[in-house]
Unconditional design. Structure first.
Length: 345
């Protein structure tokens, strides 16, 4: 997984260089980090975002408004992989006290992803000891599995604390990107699927990672923009690109939603239907009509975005922009589903 947003073309180049040269590998086999203190979620420092404090989930591009103070629902957001390791901390899991990592979580994932939901609900973002990026591809699969398990246990504990101390019976949106979706897809299975809490689920936005729908008994994909209690998700690539993973996914029912039409049909939705993309660091208003969207098998296709310096953009994997390319559409859709959910009660 990679950095979760499209900021400038220089960021694309930086990420490419970093992945190629400066990213470390976890050192040795997995060592049990549960001997260190697990996060105490009664402490504000272990939350990247809470509605009770000022944080980057309160920020918004020009022309939009943070609605958390009057929101009737909550958003539990789990951020993507931002732990690439370094010379001092090439561990299997990110340490909670690693300042550089926490700053990236706040400035990238919370500000430029979680904020998309602050018009629909109060935003909660727990810090967690996420797995190193190379846990997805490392040959030491046993160590990788342990790293993901530790990360999930933090997410699970934070959600349990949220339910006990913050929720108070409010409707819930689950939202995530990349590694966050690895964990929330499991969280939904354990806490929501076929369980009483499913009745409080507005929707789950499971973005950036393939989600096998067959793992759920009761939870289903949303079929329209107005459905509630259901799942949406996608992974974005340049139109006509066919990654090798498609060959492996043909026998699976992968969650795939068009984030402009909010349906699962395969028609191309033109860029004119896109109400706003966030490309930069909240400089000015979101850009309308930048990219379209079309479902192709288990992935989402879009056109190459055009912006200053975009001629240097050569990647065909737009994973970094899964949320930002459709920022305003996601925001409006989450608000709409909350209104419908509350109105139906």
């Amino acid at each position: 997984m990679s950095l979760p947003y499209v900021k400038t073309i220089s960021l694309f180049l930086f990420v490419s260089l970093c992945l190629a040269s400066c990213m470390t590998m976890p050192r040795g086999t997995y060592f049990d980090q549960t001997t260190t203190s697990a996060p105490d979620y009664s402490l504000e420092k272990n939350w990247a975002a809470l509605p009770t404090k000022e944080d980057n989930a309160d920020l918004i591009p020009e022309g939009l408004k943070d609605m958390q103070s009057t929101a009737k629902a909550d958003v539990f957001f789990v951020y993507p992989t931002l732990y690439f390791g370094d010379k001092d901390y090439d561990r299997w899991n990110a340490p909670l006290d690693l300042q550089k990592h926490n700053e990236e979580v706040d400035d990238l994932a919370v500000k430029l992803q979680a904020s998309a939901f602050n018009g629909a609900g109060r935003v909660f973002v727990p810090r967690y000891r996420q797995a190193h990026i190379n846990a997805y591809t490392h040959k030491d699969s046993l160590s990788a599995k342990k790293a993901f398990e530790l990360a999930y246990q933090d997410v699970k504990e934070s959600f349990a604390y949220y339910m006990s101390h913050y929720n108070n019976g409010r409707p819930i949106i689950i939202a995530s990107h990349s590694q966050g979706t690895t964990h929330t897809s499991r969280l939904l299975e354990e806490f929501f699927d076929g369980k009483p809490l499913q009745l409080r689920l507005v929707a789950a936005y499971l973005i950036g990672i393939p989600v096998d729908l067959d793992r759920y008994e009761s939870l289903k994909p949303c079929e329209t923009a107005n459905d509630v209690g259901c799942l949406v998700g996608w992974r974005t690539y340049k139109k006509d690109f066919k990654p090798k993973k498609l060959e492996k996914e043909v026998n699976y029912r992968i969650l795939n939603t068009n984030p402009l039409s909010w349906t699962t049909d395969t028609e191309w939705v033109p860029a004119a239907a896109n109400p706003g993309t966030v490309l930069r660091d909240f400089e000015g208003e979101p850009i309308e009509g930048l990219v379209g969207a079309q479902i192709h098998k288990s992935i989402l296709w879009t056109n190459k975005p055009k912006f200053k310096g975009s001629w240097l953009l050569t990647t065909k994997n737009y994973h970094r922009g899964d949320i930002n390319l459709y920022y305003v559409s996601i925001r409006e859709n989450a608000q709409n589903r909350v209104d419908i959910f509350v109105g139906n009660k």
